[in-house]
Write a new protein. Structure first.
Length: 79
C-alpha cells in the first residue's frame, strides 16, 4: 500500500487498533477457558461440591460433561 493508501486509511487506525485489542482479549480468554490444568481444577472442585452435598448427582454429571468437552477440545483427545 502506497503513501496515498496509508493516508486514506489513517482515519480507520483507531478502529483497527481496537479490533486488534479485542482479538487479543478473545484469544487470551479462549486460552484460559481451554487450559487443561484449569479444567482439571474445576473438575476437582466439582467433585468436592458433590461430596459436600452442595450439588446433586444430575448437576454434577451435567457440569462434568461440559468440563470434559472443554478438556477434549483443548487436548484434541476423546474421553
Amino acid at each position: 500500500m502506497g503513501l496515498i493508501g496509508e493516508l486514506l486509511m489513517l482515519p480507520l487506525a483507531p478502529a483497527r487498533g481496537s479490533l486488534w485489542v479485542l482479538r487479543q482479549v478473545v484469544d487470551e480468554a479462549e486460552r484460559q477457558y481451554y487450559d487443561p490444568s484449569a479444567i482439571r481444577r474445576e473438575l476437582s472442585r466439582l467433585e468436592e461440591l458433590l461430596e459436600a452435598g452442595e450439588i446433586d448427582e444430575a448437576e454434577f454429571e451435567r457440569r462434568e460433561d461440559e468440563l470434559l468437552d472443554r478438556l477434549q477440545h483443548s487436548t484434541g483427545r476423546e474421553f
